[in-house]
Design a protein. Structure first.
Length: 566
């Protein structure tokens, strides 16, 4: 199969040929020769996008309603300013202020070669690639603005810095897999297995140049051009590489679709960790029993329904850390201090997390699946417990240290809960009914973390992270009612820095937790947690001939809310 497409979306702004154009091609081919099967998916997309440099065009234009006598451009072509737009003219910037051009290419490659070695055994090789090439060019052209149509000297200029910017990026994500897959039945016995190895690597290279005071006509360097040393990057600054090698396998067995067992593992080595901690082993296993297929359950199966019990246990790894975090790195900073009456650059150091390792999560689950009333009602119940260790957290250090440290494996947290799902199907005449309902409960608790309590305040909401509490618990003052009269104000504990003369009857009174006569930070309480304990939902679907109707409800319960002031 071959396909192609073209998309053209002009901009709604006046001015140059702003808008986006997209071209794409795609092929999907498959062929078989004897024991071999080759499948390929190839795709290419090209985007050309040009936008204006007037980021505030709509805001500035709205400051001049159409019924005003103000004009943005005079009859002689000069762009104007006035007491509403003192230093901006969106029409001038749209028409002549420059452009932001983006062009990018994207290739997607997926090749799959499969060989049947003998009955039940296949060997597969897979190659996948995502390749990107991006380019962005920005040109901000200086445009004079006049106070009146007759003015001979410009009062102000749009884009007076005459910026020219150029950005390039190439990135590739490559994936190689070699898989040996086995699946075969021996009478009532079913055996399956998988063994494989893979590599996934990512490479990104960037460079960027930003200049001010370029040539007014060409936008190229000229006398007086200044290169921005802070934002400019050469390829070594913009290079990023990471890779992960994996060996994995799975073995499964079931007998008569009644007894089930499966074991799987991953052995992953990530470039984000040092050689001593690079590899992590992550096994998992599951067992299942379809009890209703037993002989002694025949009556239950015929009159009630089916019953299956299952359980799983496994370990998951997390490598979501910064690249090169286990290296000591440095970067230069321009104009850091003065020496001999001149600005001098300096080096800034990033300390390494030498013992950085995989974050691990131990998952346990037990559940059952059942049907009732000849499979009209189905139900499932799950209980889970999850323990995450070596959680990546920033260590607490004294302010006198002079810098910060990267994340380290320092935290531990537990999550526990249950979930139940019900589904009922019924038919009454030409009407078909389906009802689905679910409800779950989950909660978490911090088991270990470095240092003391961590308190953060965002948008007037204070949250506390403390061992033994749910993550990010609400933290603040507890209300003790309202002041009833002046005497009540004068005899109660008041917030630090506030006197009785600042308050009036009807103002909020707070609990003096430590009874020291002052409401301060030591009087705060743990007020709750924003993570809901209960979640629930209900869906109803009704079908009648060619008509259907559905409705959906969902909600949460036992969730604390923090109300903040405007």
């Amino acid at each position: 199969m071959f396909s192609g497409g073209f998309y053209n979306q002009p901009s709604n702004f006046v001015g140059q040929d702003f808008g986006i154009k997209r071209y794409n091609l795609r092929s999907n081919l498959s062929t078989e020769i004897g024991r071999f099967k080759l499948t390929s998916i190839l795709a290419y997309t090209r985007n050309n996008n040009m936008s204006n440099t007037a980021g505030s065009a709509i805001i500035n234009a709205s400051r001049l309603p159409p019924y005003y006598y103000y004009r943005m451009q005079a009859d002689n072509g000069k762009y104007l300013v006035n007491n509403a737009l003192t230093d901006q003219n969106p029409l001038a910037e749209l028409n002549e202020g420059g452009y932001i051009k983006n062009d990018n290419d994207y290739f997607n490659i997926n090749l799959n070669l499969e060989a049947k070695l003998f009955e039940g055994l296949k060997l597969r090789g897979i190659f996948g690639a995502d390749i990107y090439a991006d380019h962005r060019s920005i040109r901000r052209i200086q445009v004079p603005l006049y106070s009146s149509p007759d003015a001979t000297q410009a009062q102000v200029y749009v884009n007076s810095d005459r910026n020219t910017e150029d950005f390039n990026e190439k990135a590739s994500l490559l994936n190689f897999q070699l898989l040996l897959d086995y699946d075969r039945n021996f009478g009532s016995h079913h055996v399956s297995g998988l063994f494989g190895a893979s590599n996934e690597s990512y490479t990104r290279r960037q460079n960027e140049l930003k200049m001010k005071f370029t040539d007014p006509v060409l936008g190229t360097p000229t006398t007086g051009t200044v290169i921005d040393p802070v934002s400019a990057r050469v390829t070594p600054n913009g290079t990023l590489q990471n890779s992960i090698n994996s060996i994995f396998g799975r073995a499964g067995y079931d007998f008569a679709s009644r007894y089930f067992a499966e074991f799987s593992f991953r052995y992953d080595g990530s470039s984000k960790f040092s050689k001593a901690n690079r590899w992590g082993f992550f096994p998992s296993g599951s067992l299942g029993w379809r009890a209703s297929d037993e002989v002694f359950m025949d009556w239950y199966k015929q009159h009630v329904g089916s019953l299956k019990i299952r359980s799983t246990y496994g370990v998951l790894g997390n490598q979501a850390v910064d690249d090169y975090a286990y290296y000591f790195t440095y970067e230069s900073y321009q104009n850091s201090y003065g020496f001999n009456n001149k600005p001098v650059s300096a080096a800034g150091f990033n300390y390494a997390s030498l013992d950085l390792r995989w974050e691990k999560t131990y998952n346990f689950n037990v559940g059952l699946d059942a049907t009732f009333f000849h499979d009209k009602l189905t139900a499932s119940f799950d209980y889970f417990k999850k323990r995450t260790v070596d959680i990546l957290m920033s260590p607490q250090i004294p302010s006198t240290f002079g810098t910060s440290l990267k994340n380290q494996n320092l935290g531990e947290m537990n999550n526990e809960g249950w979930e139940i799902n019900l589904s009922y199907r019924a038919t009454t005449g030409d009407f078909q009914h389906t009802i689905n309902a679910n409800m779950g409960d989950s909660h978490n608790k911090i088991i270990a973390m470095p240092g003391d309590d961590r308190i953060s305040t965002v948008d007037n909401i204070t949250k506390l992270t403390r061992v033994g509490l749910p993550y990010n618990s609400y933290y603040g003052y507890k209300m003790a009612g309202f002041f009833q009269n002046i005497t009540d104000i004068e005899t109660s504990a008041l917030p630090s820095g506030i006197t009785a003369a600042d308050l009036r009857p009807g103002d909020v009174k707070y609990v003096d937790r430590n009874n020291d006569g002052i409401i301060d930070a030591r009087d705060r309480f743990v007020l709750g947690n924003g993570f809901p304990r209960f979640t629930f939902g209900l869906t109803y679907n009704l079908n009648y001939k060619d008509f259907d109707f559905s409705m959906f409800w969902q909600g949460v319960g036992k969730r604390d809310m923090m109300i903040r002031e405007n």
